[in-house]
Design a protein around this ligand. Structure first.
Ligand SMILES: Nc1ncnc2c1ncn2[C@@H]1O[C@H](COP(=O)(O)OP(=O)(O)OP(=O)(O)O)[C@@H](O)[C@H]1O
Length: 487
């Protein structure tokens, strides 16, 4: 990290926290709801009754306290379940300049494109590829043998068409190739690795008995918030499939995370430090892990995280490695090549530059006048475009500035940084994302990867230390090509 928050690396990866180690008795699945204890602050809660909850319900990914509540939940789901939507039929379109069909060896009835048509398609979509025997891009999610339920979940999430990065990454990943992917901020990189992971994990269920369920995939990300977001998205896309996830981040009790993993999960999403902590203290079987994702790879292979990320990599046996960021430089390319042979490099859009949809406005002010200027912007009907994120370089600065804005403008402003407890960070982020508060002042913990969908304005109160962090922070303002603004 380094750039986002001055002392962030140790903060993002918290030391072990076993104050909440659960007793063996507590780990027993409870028959009745009243036998379950109340949830401690920050612990998962049963979606039915609000007591302490766990993943005990195979058919859903919700936290449940007891068999009794599980029955109630399943009854509720059954009542709500609509007739399943069938995956859209594959449409054969005529070849021509503007229409493309997809070659897929699993679907020989679909005619294949000529090499020149593939080149033309990639050119039109700004997809550059480097490597040997690169699979062709897909044009729809239903064309590469994904489970029908997954295609349905994508559709339900509003993902009607893959984005360019997904078009190229999904087929390459399904072919078990290791990838280094650079693509614009907000271009859909997360689903591009989650979709193949979910497809891969659902396949295991068909092949193996229930008894052995070590994790199959690990996603590493540099901040707790980003891990939370990735796990949430994985749950949405994997809903109804035999696909369970565990979140392994500092600030949450380690005992719960271990319990979840020991009970069988397919995917672990975590920060490097907490994952190492867990692996050192507990005998987690990683034999089956065959997919290793480094999200924000340039940050994860920087000095603060590199040793930990590499230690986790070495604990795995020749996994498929997929690495993603909007900013990838030549040193990262070199380093990534050492993680796998026969790597494919994919670049989409204009990585390494601020997203084109963000309008960038520079305001020159003396440092003493910076606060006054931000008060003016926030008070101005013309210039203030909430929801807004204000980035600063220190934790204390985040607290002080949020208080100062509130005092000067009367607007409720919250701060988020690594010194807050996990519970506070979660709650504050929830309040911001649901629109309860319209301005958040934060350090780099929200600078990378966070999908702050409705954000219209990003204010860089303190200029970040590097152009890369600038690109990521600016990228919080425009997701999926939506108009954004940066001051
Ligand atoms: N195929 C799709 N159709 C519609 N929306 C999509 C699709 N794929 C992703 N999205 C949405 O686009 C937004 C941005 O996606 P995502 O967070 O994965 O971007 P990213 O490339 O990882 O960005 P960053 O570099 O900032 O981390 C999210 O809100 C996501 O739900």
């Amino acid at each position: 990290m380094g750039q986002g928050e001055k002392d962030s690396a140790d903060n993002l990866v918290s030391p072990s926290d076993d104050r909440n180690e659960l007793q063996v008795e507590d780990l027993r699945v409870k028959e009745r709801c009243f036998e379950q204890r109340e949830a401690l602050p920050g612990e998962p809660r049963c979606v039915i009754c609000g007591r302490y909850g766990e993943y005990i319900c195979d058919q859903t990914d919700d936290d449940i306290c007891s068999v009794e509540c599980k029955t109630a939940l399943l009854a509720r789901i059954a009542a709500e379940t609509k007739i399943p939507v069938k995956a859209p039929a594959r449409i054969k379109v005529p070849f021509g300049d503007e229409s493309f069909c997809v070659r897929d060896n699993n679907f020989p009835d679909i005619p294949s494109l000529h090499a020149s048509q593939i080149v033309s398609l990639r050119n039109k979509l700004d997809i550059c590829v480097k490597g040997e025997a690169i699979p062709d891009p897909i044009m729809c999610f239903s064309s590469c043998g994904l489970p029908e339920k997954l295609v349905h979940n994508l559709d339900a999430a509003g993902y009607t068409m893959p984005t360019p990065v997904q078009m190229q990454v999904i087929p390459a990943s399904i072919s078990n190739r290791s990838l280094l992917v650079s693509a614009d901020t907000g271009s859909g990189k997360t689903a591009s690795f989650l979709v193949p992971i979910i497809a891969h994990c659902s396949r295991r269920e068909l092949q193996q008995c229930e008894s052995k369920r070590g994790p199959l995939a690990i996603v590493l990300a540099p901040t707790r918030e980003l891990c939370l977001q990735v796990e949430d998205q994985a749950k949405v896309l994997g809903k109804g499939l035999p696909f369970k996830t565990a979140l392994v981040v500092g600030g949450d009790p380690l005992a719960q995370q271990i319990y979840r993993i020991e009970n069988g999960v397919e995917l672990i999403v975590g920060t490097p430090g907490r994952l190492i902590d867990l692996l050192m203290k507990h005998n987690v079987d990683l034999t089956d892990v065959s997919v290793f994702v480094l999200d924000e790879v340039d940050c994860l292979l920087e000095r603060g995280f590199r040793d930990q990320a590499m230690q986790i990599f070495r604990a795995l046996s020749c996994p498929q490695v997929m690495m993603f960021s909007a900013t990838i430089h030549s040193e990262i390319e070199k380093l990534s090549n050492s993680l796998s042979n026969n790597m494919i490099h994919i670049s989409c859009g204009n990585p390494g530059k601020p997203n084109k949809s963000v309008r960038q406005v520079v305001i020159w002010v003396e440092s003493k006048q910076k606060k006054q200027k931000i008060f003016e912007i926030i008070k101005s009907k013309q210039h203030f475009k909430p929801p807004a994120v204000v980035f600063v370089s220190s934790r204390v600065g985040a607290d002080l500035l949020s208080e100062a804005i509130t005092a000067a403008t009367g607007l409720e402003v919250i701060s988020i940084h690594g010194e807050k407890t996990m519970e506070e960070r979660r709650e504050r982020l929830r309040r911001f994302l649901t629109g309860e508060v319209s301005v958040v002042v934060c350090t780099g913990v929200l600078g990378r990867g966070m999908d702050l969908l409705k954000v219209h304005q990003v204010i860089l109160f303190d200029m970040p230390n590097s152009i890369d962090e600038y690109i990521h922070q600016v990228g919080r303002a425009s997701r999926m090509g939506k108009e954004g603004r940066e001051n």
